[in-house]
Design a protein around this ligand. Structure first.
Ligand SMILES: Cc1cc2nc3c(=O)[nH]c(=O)nc-3n(C[C@H](O)[C@H](O)[C@H](O)COP(=O)(O)OP(=O)(O)OC[C@H]3O[C@@H](n4cnc5c(N)ncnc54)[C@H](O)[C@@H]3O)c2cc1C
Length: 418
């Protein structure tokens, strides 16, 4: 029996020492949802207990079920079928089913869509735990940002259409941005979005390197203003996988073979716009990418942790010069450096996720608390303070998010190499 949450002293330590009560109050908007939903926590203690229970069952699922399948998943990879559909490796299919049964596919989605409404910091712990078991599966588990983006920016109708299914694990999504001639430079995107006479939107063009591009719900960045070059000509759209969405090839990658990386041709695919025209890249994709950056940092932590444990166990069992090699100073120092680098990365990453939770919570409060828009002087002063704090935390996240992605992914590479 292995539990990738309980057996990790550093995650346990951080879980106990981060002020999760504060984050619970922010996410649960002072626990007002408990009046409406039986399963919403009534106070911070209950919320923290829920986080612990969910991480515990995810830790066990990761240790006992997902990890033992990871090697086969990597050998099998995905299959592009003649009809253009993609079949995941058997282990990925089985693990996704288990994750859906464990009700962890709507980690940060609101209760009203069947989500857990957990803070990002707990989601970070969860992604790391899954990634330690299977870094490829993490790519699909960690794409919950698609649903978060719909929740943050789409109309109520679109939210109702998709979000319950995301929480139930009935659908998976993809973030469809990159094109053959638009990688780092997303402003160069060419895929066209156009309307028919009735104002219905359609997509036409090619996307490349799309993780889980064979998923059910695709968020697509496209050029809606055909006469306008650059980022302000782009809008964000959502479409379903259907007969006009053709997977043309799967990338043959060096690793994470269980995660399908697809080239997609959209042949006049019906779609709906997310939010406002022209804000696709500058507002919505930037938010989506920030979540994805933290996801990559989480994934890096999981891989680094797995690599460290393999190295440590090997160094304890391998004997040279009549001693276990972990007793040799050069090897011992390397293992100690690995552990320090992992714990530093985790502290930085969880702090980043914590700050994101506070930033998101403050912004939501400013938007939804009508009292703060009233004429009472005390309310006005509180609103001003909240606005200032919100700006401050936005600046922190802008700094910490890329820093976490950079540090954790480089650290992960080095540990795997060592
Ligand atoms: C496994 C995998 C999964 C992916 N999943 C997705 C996905 O789900 N959705 C999606 O939309 N995309 C996805 N991508 C695409 C990924 O986002 C792009 O690969 C990335 O944006 C870089 O684009 P590019 O590969 O075209 O490289 P290029 O942009 O062509 O860059 C080539 C090289 O030039 C460097 N470079 C480029 N611009 C600059 C600059 N201004 N200054 C300095 N150096 C620069 C780059 O760092 C790189 O080393 C995935 C890619 C991979 C490999």
């Amino acid at each position: 029996m292995a539990n990738f949450y309980r057996d990790n002293d550093d995650i346990q330590f951080l879980f106990r020492h981060i002020d999760l009560g504060e984050l619970a109050a922010v996410c649960e908007e002072d626990f007002k949802f408990s009046n409406e939903f039986d399963y919403a926590p009534v106070d911070a203690d209950e919320a923290i207990q829920n986080y612990d229970i969910v991480l515990d069952s995810l830790g066990q699922l990761s240790g006992d079920f997902i990890a033992p399948r990871a090697e086969d998943v990597d050998r099998q990879g995905n299959t592009l079928n003649e009809d253009g559909s993609v079949t995941y490796a058997k282990g990925i299919r089985e693990s996704l089913e288990k994750l859906a049964q464990a009700e962890v596919m709507g980690f940060t989605l609101p209760h009203r869509f069947g989500g857990l409404n957990f803070p990002n910091v707990v989601y970070s712990m969860a992604i790391e735990i899954v990634s330690r078991a299977d870094a490829a599966l993490m790519n699909i588990f960690g794409l919950q940002g698609i649903a978060e983006t719909i929740n943050a920016f789409a109309t109520e109708e679109i939210k109702q259409k998709y979000l319950h299914d995301f929480s139930a694990g009935k659908v998976t999504g993809a973030m469809v941005l990159t094109e053959p001639d638009a990688g780092s430079d997303l402003q160069a995107i060419k895929l066209r979005a156009f309307t028919d006479d009735n104002g219905n939107w359609f997509l036409h063009g090619v996307k490349r390197f799309i993780t889980n591009g064979c998923g059910d719900v695709l968020l697509v960045l496209a050029r809606s203003e055909l006469d306008r070059s650059g980022g302000l000509g782009l809008s964000l759209f959502v479409c379903d996988r259907g007969p006009t969405v053709h997977i043309r090839r799967l990338e043959d990658k060096l690793g994470i073979h269980g995660s399908p990386t697809c080239e997609i041709f959209f042949d006049n695919t019906p779609c709906e716009i997310i939010g406002e025209r022209q804000r696709g890249l500058v507002t919505y994709v930037m938010a989506l990418m920030n979540g994805a950056r933290i996801g990559i940092a989480d994934q890096s932590m999981g891989i680094a942790e797995a690599a460290f444990r393999v190295a440590r166990d090997y160094a304890a069992s391998r004997k040279q010069f009549a001693v276990a090699i972990e007793k040799l100073p050069a090897v011992r120092d390397m293992l100690i450096d690995m552990k320090i680098a992992i714990e530093a990365g985790r502290a930085l990453l969880y702090e980043t996720s914590r700050i994101v939770d506070i930033e998101v919570g403050y912004a939501k409060r400013l938007e939804t608390d009508s009292r703060l828009r009233g004429n009472d002087n005390r309310d006005k002063a509180e609103a001003k303070q909240l606005k200032n704090d919100s700006r401050k935390y936005k600046r922190y996240t802008a700094m910490l998010t890329p820093m976490s992605k950079y540090y954790c992914s480089e650290m992960c590479n080095k540990i795997a190499y060592d």
